[in-house]
Write a protein that binds this ligand. Structure first.
Ligand SMILES: Cc1cc2nc3c(=O)[nH]c(=O)nc-3n(C[C@H](O)[C@H](O)[C@H](O)COP(=O)(O)OP(=O)(O)OC[C@H]3O[C@@H](n4cnc5c(N)ncnc54)[C@H](O)[C@@H]3O)c2cc1C
Length: 393
């Protein structure tokens, strides 16, 4: 039986049953931010989360995420990113928590590679500040790295680190203060469009809302029944001891992404209190979101240590910490954000493909615009939920 078919027929107006203005499904960074933004607009909001805040089974846990502006993936993200930076700062001011540290960012690869070409395209299209460095100049200025003659380095001054779990906690706190009700350990089992609203069948009963926003991360694929064709991928970030070396702290070490060979990307953050984070992005096992292998093995560690011995040799040594995390990839690696083509009362926010966290602050605003019928002040047509159905994928 499919998820949506498992919902009981509409129960009508039961006395005492509350109809919410909006229900948000999921409390990762997207759900937390959407919940706050809806509650801040005066809506009665319920957030349903099957686990708890910052649990280890989704995509938002861990100490840090990279944020950057000269977006190699696609210049169309840059207007959203400009606003994301501002709204992270606003969330900091409102919550009193430190969420964002600017470190600068190094994008390293061959001149004709996807990374360098993409960063330059975004920077030039949107007139963003950047510096191009040759490998020797970059090594002198940023001694954490050993580069090759073939490398071109683009330094982006605006990039930095988001303190991921603090970000989630900040939005949950702000949403609660603004009146949002959170119910943890309550799983949405299915949903249907009903005459009185959108009905959700949960592990605890039925809930009805005028609007529903799905922010279920890797589980959006199942809940939305193929509207969002997600392939989930296991990822293993690792942390290494800097042994107190200045070269691995900001400002000596910015966040970085390196295209080591065509299509093979490593990334990392300086030691901002938890060790130096280094990981390969993508290239992981395809998994079901409930069946991610959680133990970290030598197979996970060895490629990263080989990268470190080539490019960051002063960091050599076994990892001091690790975790597993799930990417939810769309076929084009762009997010899915918009109203459901079959029911405009349903909004979808599926922003991963390995790069969504930094957008959490602004996508909360965008989803609130979509749910309340406000005009979205960005061109998000390239993120439309209907695009895979149209392309037949
Ligand atoms: C290793 C790793 C590194 C990354 N690095 C970066 C980076 O440097 N920069 C960047 O911008 N992005 C990065 N990302 C991507 C970013 O972390 C994700 O885009 C973002 O966390 C997605 O958030 P989310 O809220 O959509 O999903 P999630 O955090 O997975 O939240 C979804 C929530 O929905 C809940 N849920 C699911 N199904 C149900 C249900 N049926 N009922 C109730 N609740 C449900 C889940 O329990 C979960 O809490 C990285 C991701 C990973 C895994």
């Amino acid at each position: 039986m499919s998820l949506s078919q498992s919902v009981r027929p509409p129960a009508g107006d039961h006395p005492g049953r509350k109809k919410w203005d909006a229900i948000v499904v999921g409390c990762g960074i997207m759900g937390a931010s959407v919940s706050y933004n809806l509650a801040a607009r005066g809506l009665r909001v319920l957030n349903l989360e099957r686990f708890g805040v910052n649990h280890k089974f989704g995509s938002s846990h861990g100490k840090t995420r990279i944020i950057r502006l000269a977006y190699y993936e696609d210049p169309r993200y840059v207007p959203l990113l400009r606003r994301a930076f501002q709204s992270w700062r606003e969330a900091e001011a409102k919550s009193g928590k430190r969420l964002l540290q600017i470190t600068g960012g190094l994008m390293i690869g061959r001149e004709d590679g996807e990374l360098v070409q993409g960063v330059l395209k975004s920077a030039r299209t949107h007139d963003l500040p950047y510096e191009v460095l040759d490998p020797t100049g970059a090594e002198e200025r940023f001694p954490a790295f050993t580069l090759g003659e073939e490398h071109m380095v683009v330094f982006e001054p605006n990039a930095g680190v988001l303190f991921a779990e603090e970000c989630v906690r900040a939005f949950v706190g702000l949403a609660s203060e603004t009146g949002c009700e959170f119910r943890f350990s309550e799983q949405v089992k299915g949903w249907r469009s009903g005459p009185e609203g959108v009905e959700l069948q949960t592990s605890n009963g039925t809930q009805v809302a005028s609007k529903v926003v799905f922010c279920a991360g890797p589980w959006n694929g199942q809940l939305l029944q193929g509207l969002v064709p997600l392939q989930c991928e296991r990822q293993v970030p690792l942390w290494f001891s800097s042994a107190g070396q200045d070269a691995f702290s900001s400002p000596k070490m910015p966040v970085f992404i390196m295209e080591e060979e065509k299509g093979v990307f490593y990334y990392g953050t300086p030691d901002v209190g938890h060790g130096v984070k280094v990981a390969r992005t993508h290239g992981g096992e395809v998994v079901e979101p409930d069946e991610v292998r959680r133990e970290v093995t030598e197979q996970d560690v060895a490629p990263v240590r080989r990268f470190i011995s080539r490019r960051m040799a002063k960091l050599d040594g076994p990892p001091i910490a690790s975790t597993t995390c799930t990417y939810s990839n769309t076929p084009d690696l762009n997010f899915v954000v918009g109203v459901h083509p079959a029911d405009p009362r349903v909004v979808v926010v599926s922003a991963c493909s390995g790069h969504g966290f930094k957008f959490g602050s602004v996508l909360g605003e965008v989803a609130a615009d979509l749910a309340t019928g406000e005009k979205v002040p960005f061109d998000i047509r390239f993120l439309s939920p209907g695009r895979f159905a149209q392309s037949g994928r």
